[in-house]
Ligand binder design. Structure first.
Ligand SMILES: NC(=O)c1ccc[n+]([C@@H]2O[C@H](COP(=O)([O-])OP(=O)(O)OC[C@H]3O[C@@H](n4cnc5c(N)ncnc54)[C@H](OP(=O)(O)O)[C@@H]3O)[C@@H](O)[C@H]2O)c1
Length: 415
């Protein structure tokens, strides 16, 4: 019977390997699903793996597999590296020899659960990894590389990760600058008809608009170097679009400005601000998400405005990451509990698999007894006696099927 020891992980992660170096070990067949399927099949056969799930993200590669009950059942990382990455130069291979992490048995299960719960992530608590892991499992499963053992491990892995996310604060407090800036903005408790002016129409302000939409704000104007992207972005909330040169003459008023462009020069200078503000005395919020800054920070000194820079947000992000990391101890306790539960579930599953043939075998014995061994004696019974005999046998059959599984599970519980 298999033991939990057949689970293994070979991995390179951001924790001890440079991200650029991890890139060398991403299977290039990733570009085509059919090619990746073939490559993984080849690896499985070469390395005597029974089941395999291969995960590649921007900061880790992971081979999660079960090994065959072959030879000494040992996994040799050097053999794996030299054979799977035979095309790489000796220098590059050395990176894997020096940094690859190997986990076996319960440690492999524990590592998988920790990855899913984002305890091993670059930014602790980012749930994205759980989605990536689930997608990877689906893909590997469709390719036919996973089976009962990885299915069971993934079931518990998802449950453990969800428990960590719901019972700890590991995912609380945003760490992405845009979410943080929105959080800061929400603290101001602006009215629903607050006027937003966005400078830039790239990815960052697209995300800002998504958040504004989510929180029910509708009044926006988008300024951008070129008009088309501004129009596209503004149309999400039915707002107006302008080119940057129209900023000084803008006279529709504003309460919040978000700036996010790739310009290396200030875009909102004090002069332009003065011209746009037109003596409006109400308090403004200026949020500069650009690196380098696009808004002159000294505007806040001369006008009634709060200024939030990306530097402030980055500092807050670091504090929030620190807060999340404090939750790691609690998360580890949850993972340990789930590894324990998984261990029992895995053994029970092995018993079920081993006992799968018991019902068929007992049915066959019953049929043999009726049709061969006691055939003559039974033929002499009257219908009532035959019916009673049949019921006794059916009862015995049912009990006999349940007993071996029950005994094995009891033995397991007391082992
Ligand atoms: N992406 C993020 O998650 C993120 C998070 C925090 C901060 N940031 C910072 O936010 C800023 C924008 O990033 P992004 O990802 O949104 O960029 P992006 O998608 O590449 O968009 C670039 C934007 O900058 C404008 N732009 C480029 N050069 C310009 C120039 N010389 N003068 C005026 N406008 C110019 C572009 O206008 P056109 O449409 O005319 O080309 C476009 O609106 C960067 O400083 C970035 O470091 C990004």
């Amino acid at each position: 019977m298999d033991t939990i020891y057949s689970y293994k992980i070979f991995t390179l992660t951001h924790k001890n390997t440079h991200l650029n170096d991890i890139g060398h070990f991403v299977l290039s067949e990733n570009d085509s699903d059919a090619a990746l399927k073939e490559r993984l099949l080849e690896i499985k056969e070469q390395m005597g793996m029974r089941e395999l799930m291969y995960l590649a993200t921007c900061n880790r590669i992971m081979f999660f597999f079960t090994s065959d009950d072959n030879a000494d059942g040992q996994f040799y990382p050097s053999k794996f590296i030299n054979s799977v990455y035979a095309q790489l130069s000796a220098d590059v291979l050395q990176i894997a020899h020096d940094n690859a992490l190997i986990f076996e048995g319960r440690e492999a299960i524990s590592h998988l659960f920790e990855v899913a719960a984002s305890m091993d992530s670059m930014v602790v608590g980012e749930r994205e990894i759980l989605r990536q892991l689930r997608d990877t499992y689906e893909k590997n499963n469709e390719m036919g590389h996973t089976g009962d053992a990885i299915r069971l491990a993934m079931r518990f892995c998802v449950e453990a990760a969800k428990k960590v996310y719901s019972s700890t604060k590991i995912g609380e407090k945003p760490v992405a600058e845009v979410s943080l800036s929105i959080q800061k903005m929400l603290e101001k408790q602006l009215s629903a008809d607050a006027r937003f002016l966005l400078i830039g129409a790239g990815q960052t302000n697209r995300l800002v608009i998504k958040f504004l939409q989510k929180h029910g704000y509708k009044n926006i104007a988008v300024f951008n170097r070129s008009l088309k992207p501004a129009e596209k972005l503004a149309s999400i909330l039915g707002g107006d679009a302008y080119t940057l040169d129209l900023l000084p003459s803008f006279d529709k008023g504003f309460d919040v400005i978000f700036a996010a462009t790739a310009s290396t020069e200030l875009i909102l200078t004090k002069e332009i601000y003065k011209s746009m503000n037109k003596g409006d005395g109400s308090k403004k919020l200026l949020i500069d998400l650009s690196i380098p800054a696009n808004i002159d920070s000294t505007i806040a000194e001369d006008f009634d405005a709060d200024y939030i820079s990306i530097e402030n947000l980055k500092k807050l992000a670091q504090e929030n990451i620190g807060f999340r990391e404090l939750e790691l101890g609690k998360a580890q306790e949850i993972v340990n509990e789930y590894v324990e539960t998984f261990d029992t579930a895995y053994k029970e599953r092995q018993i079920e698999i081993a006992m799968r043939d018991v019902p068929e075998q007992i049915k066959a014995i019953r049929a043999h007894a009726l049709n061969n061994v006691f055939k003559n004696e039974i033929s002499e019974l009257d219908e009532q006696q035959r019916e009673l005999f049949d019921r006794v046998l059916a009862y015995m059959e049912k009990r006999c099927i349940a007993i071996p599984i029950q005994v094995a599970k009891e033995k397991l519980a007391h082992s």
